[in-house]
Design a protein around this ligand. Structure first.
Ligand SMILES: [Zn+2]
Length: 344
């Protein structure tokens, strides 16, 4: 596993407040602009990682970090860790993420020392084992709390990097937790190289998790529209109607006032419901998917509002038919060629 050190990406770093360069001085990491607040005092360090956050606009408070605490994540005790393992088994491994990680590694194989930014990389996402194990990739992890998988602490709304810094961005189960997902995707677009790749997977039919820090859900269409400035390589669903039903069941139990532990245990006997995802209809599952994923390439041509309507119908076709229709009659939003035909 190669998670990059801060010193290795020093030249890529930019101030989250004024986008100017950063410099390491004797008493800490500063912004080079004397007019910027971070030009006067250094970025706060937590576990040796700088907190590159513009607190004027972030949902997070400066005092939280300066007090040495970190938001959201509390270390799990043994019962919590066992419960987490239970839940993993209940919902199953994220197979699309596993497959797309392999796909991404293959697509970056021709680039020596390809740099991959993992937004929300404080914990390794389900299905990312191969991504972290790939010797050919240099991973830069960021999250709102530091871990051994992160290089720095930042807020996705202001990615503290120069334009074109990365060959790929991986963002898994994060966009529901940001206040303005469109802004985050715009930032991803900015920090990617011209032919840069993005993989995102985001919940659709999931109940509120993460408490106060849970803001959005996306259908397959909504997610595609979020990434409208990218050409699509692949997209689809993560877990079908069965997995979504398990989520509903767990939250049904929670609605009686029972805690998460008891509700998870009560849901366990119904784990078999998710196996129906393998045999139920593709189209039915996409309307009731537990999550959605998108793998795409940075583009300078955006999808149009009319194309996104057609996209819904195109995505309901069998994958083989979709692929073949990309030839003579380009399918809006599906073609890897960014010049798309209108669907008027
Ligand atoms: Zn600055």
């Amino acid at each position: 596993m190669t998670v990059m050190k801060l010193s290795e990406i020093q030249n890529l770093l930019r101030c989250p407040c004024c986008q100017d360069s950063l410099e390491q001085r004797e008493n800490g990491l500063f912004c080079v602009s004397s007019g910027c607040e971070y030009g006067q005092k250094p970025f706060t360090l937590i576990s040796g990682q700088p907190v590159l956050v513009d607190f004027r606009t972030s949902v997070f408070k400066r005092s939280t970090y300066e007090g040495g605490a970190v938001p959201i994540v509390r270390p799990l005790g043994l019962p919590g860790r066992i419960l987490d393992r239970f839940r993993e088994n209940l919902y199953g491994e994220n197979r699309p993420a596993e497959a797309k990680a392999a796909d991404l590694i293959g697509r970056l194989a021709h680039k020596p020392n390809a740099k991959v930014l993992v937004v929300g990389g404080g914990t390794a996402g389900s299905g990312t084992r191969e991504l972290y194990a790939a010797a050919s990739l240099n991973i830069v992890g960021l999250d709102v709390f530091p871990t051994e998988l992160t290089t720095l602490v930042a807020d996705g709304h202001q990615l503290p990097f120069a334009a074109g810094s990365f060959d790929a961005v991986w963002i898994q189960a994060v966009l529901e937790h940001v206040l303005d997902p469109q802004l985050v995707v715009q930032e991803i677009h900015r920090v990617l190289a011209d032919d840069g790749l993005v993989y995102a997977d985001t919940p659709f039919m999931q109940q509120v998790h993460g408490g106060a820090f849970d803001f959005h859900r996306f259908s397959l269409n909504g997610h595609r529209w979020l990434f409208r400035n990218f050409s699509q390589i692949d997209a689809g669903t993560v877990g079908g109607a069965g997995t979504s039903l398990l989520w509903s069941l767990r939250y049904f139990f929670r609605s009686f006032g029972w805690g998460n532990k008891i509700s998870t245990l009560l849901t366990m006997p119904f784990f078999w419901i998710r196996f129906f995802d393998r045999v139920t209809s593709r189209t039915g599952n996409s309307d009731a998917a537990n999550g959605v994923y998108f793998l795409g390439r940075k583009s300078q041509v955006a999808m149009t509002p009319k194309e996104i309507v057609q996209y819904y119908w195109d995505m309901r076709e069998a994958p083989a038919k979709r692929a073949s229709s990309g030839g003579s009659a380009p399918v809006p939003g599906l073609a890897t060629n960014p010049s798309m035909t209108g669907a008027e």
